[in-house]
Design a protein around this ligand. Sequence first.
Ligand code: SF4
Length: 457
Amino acid sequence: MNFDKRAQLIRKYDVPGPRYTSYPTVPYWKNEPLSNEEWLQSIHRNQKHFSSDDVSLYVHLPYCESLCTFCGCHKRITKNHSVEQPYIDAVIKEWQLYKSAGLEKSRIKELHFGGGTPTFFQADELVRLVHSLLENQQVDPSEVEMGFEAHPNNTSKEHLEKLHTLGFRRLSLGVQDYNPRVQKAINRIQPFSQVKKVHELARGIGYNSISHDLVFGLPKQSLKDMLFTVEKTLELRPDRISLYSYAHVPWVKRTGQRGFDENDLPTGEVKRELYEQAKLRLLDVGYLEIGMDHFALKEDSLAQAFLSKNLHRNFMGYTTQNTPMLIGLGMSAISDSWFGFAQNKKSVEAYIDGINKDQLPVFRGHLLTKEDLVIRQHILDLMCHFETELGVHDSFDFNLNVLLRLKGMVEDRLIEIDGNTLRITEEGIPFVRNVCMIFDQSLQSSASREGVFSRTI
Ligand code: SF4
């Protein structure tokens, strides 16, 4: 596709839209408040329907020592490490509450530590947490996928060794951009030598899936910076690379994203060019584009899952584990029973207070309708496989409306329809969120998305 044509499409489709880690997306959830009883009913419905004890566990570890000004995560900034022990105690107790409520036989297939900064915690606190979560479960590392987000500035050899001994084989390093000017703008100073040190230590210890997270569209980031960052990343040849679009949502994170001016942000075609050029380089050296914003070496398990159409997506992002239930532990964490979503309270104090009252600290969620479940499957298929089957579970009206709305995308050659199969074309991959938005009923009926979502491009 030539540059003019791409620029024209970017102007047409660069609109505010969700990233679809769930459907319906969080702003359209209907159940607030969500009671413990409603949430547990949804979990029991899952157990009845899937007859499976497999669970994915996500643990949100929210503390960070300093604030990165581009950050959109739920975090708490502090240098006071006395917060570690009570927080870990609360997470352990939360899992006990779930076990007493019917998940006592659960088999954990996936365990992921995210944040915040998981390695803010002492290695021994993380070990204590893992032991408690996996109590009574035999862990064969080849059967349980265990990974954590590693901040290059505070991930120690002790963290890497102790977590590896427990069965962790996967880590993702937050890189963002290597240019000092960009790092200063986002208040995240970490030279390449630091990332290299942690990466090589991890490799030496035996981590066999290392991911680097890069971000395009950051303040003061030029095409030269992006390509420099990609070249430095390739020197280490991580198994996976995420190339995230910087989500500028100052209305959500008022304190975190105030450290730079709107004029410092590359937007529209300029921003997309950062992604396109980085992508070309990654494809050129053997990475495969899988799902949205993700690349992996062909031999990596995520690439294999994509090729065999076994890739799955949940609140943790893309995964090879298609477990029917995801339980999110910790402040702000989101759980997914397939039939419902639930989010924990968003302040550490409210979260711990809920646990101390022997209550699951959920405060809002969404119980999916029959129609939600059909749309959810379409969106999941599009995000994971770049195609979906129309008509199988859809009503005639739904189908007709979707087909009418897809017409422009067929004309723009972003998608093709072959019988019942809707396939996103090579040119259409950057617009996958826009294709999903066509199916999104809650979005169709809402007045405005400005001030709710970041832009799709
Ligand atoms: S980007 Fe990571 S380390 Fe920085 S403030 Fe956000 S959660 Fe903390």
